[in-house]
Design a protein around this ligand. Sequence first.
Ligand SMILES: *Cc1c(COP(=O)(O)O)cnc(C)c1O
Length: 427
Amino acid sequence: MKKLAIQGGTPARDTKTNPWPQWPVWGQEEEKALIEVLHSGVWSYNGPKETEFNKLFAEFTGVKHSICTVNGTVTLQIALEALGVGYGDEVIIPGLTWQATAATVIDVNATPILVDVLEDTWCIDPEEIKKAITPRTKAIIPVHLYGGFSDMDAIMAIAKEHNLFVVEDCAHKHGGEWNGQKAGSIGHIGSFSFQLSKHLTAGEGGAVTTNDIDLAEKLDALRNCGRRPEGDSLIGADKGIGDYGDDGNFIQSGNLRITEFQAAILVEGLKRLPEQNANRDANGAYLNELLNNIPGIHPLKRDPRETKKAYFNFAFRYDRQAFKDLSVQDFRSALEAELNIVVDACYEPLNNCSLYVPHTKPARYKLSDAYWKAIDPKRFTLPICERLYHDESVCLHHKILMGTKADMELIAMAIEKIYNNTHEITN
Ligand SMILES: *Cc1c(COP(=O)(O)O)cnc(C)c1O
């Protein structure tokens, strides 16, 4: 009788009797808030829930302004637009991220410059940023990926020295802290996603955060067909700064507004987030401690400057050498069978990503022959991103961190079980 679940053995976790925590989380609070919005008839357009959430999220993030939008893709786009990034500009981004980080750069007609990440945090390598800077560089988009945090000290210093904007892609980092400062409050603009998989969610949604009132006004207009901020829709807006009272647009844009239903869910979700984050942080730290004892398993490094962790996925590196040459693909399948939960690779590196293919759209992106060449993702080499993707990365949904210490012990045991029984698969 084989031991490993993938060979017909008993899984480490019987999810029929012992299911994983559910994501998303909701309760009567959400039900009540949704019904309230329904009955109010105010379903969108700078409603009270949106205003309330913007205020709460700005406070939570430690910034003056938060502005909701439809998702965490257009947040990046309007951030770049508000900063005046466009044709002729280069934007430095990590090669390991969701495609939106790059796609929005080409959507504002700028050029994404893909650089490699650090193997121990999976976040952008500041030394690679320095090498990539040219006279055309206008901005950097560090992505705080999975359980990692970009080295914001180094990045802000580089930005200052070269006069660059920093847009933090915080789609994975709601509530994460660097040196006591929240993700999204360190760069010029923070970009958040509230899509279903993210750890603050309304199904879809996004927000931009900033301390700069001029940027906030532009961002607010950019998500609202270019209209000037009106009434108290922009928390903290000083009537003296914008030229209010004029009904005309002050910037070209479209409708990127969130609904009141989403904002209502976000208000309730945000109340739950600090405790959820703290629980995931404690469980993640414990699990990493356990994983550190298993040969060939390399947890992400926790930088001492990361004062609060936030997890999107729980990720670690796998070394097949220690597992008698069991491939990472086979390891992930074996772990999936033990835990009854999806075990993924990290994102496809953007220099070879099936969802980042600018050359499929010449009518949109062939602005010139030079631009067409500049946006060819294949021109970038990203050895660490590629190694992580092909050979090492193991990623699990953050809901595995939402249970108990015993759950963490069970995950570590499942990995040890594979370690002790690789012969069942490799032979
Ligand atoms: C999810 C995500 C986005 C995009 O957010 P959506 O709300 O899905 O549009 C951007 N960047 C990163 C790193 C993400 O994970």
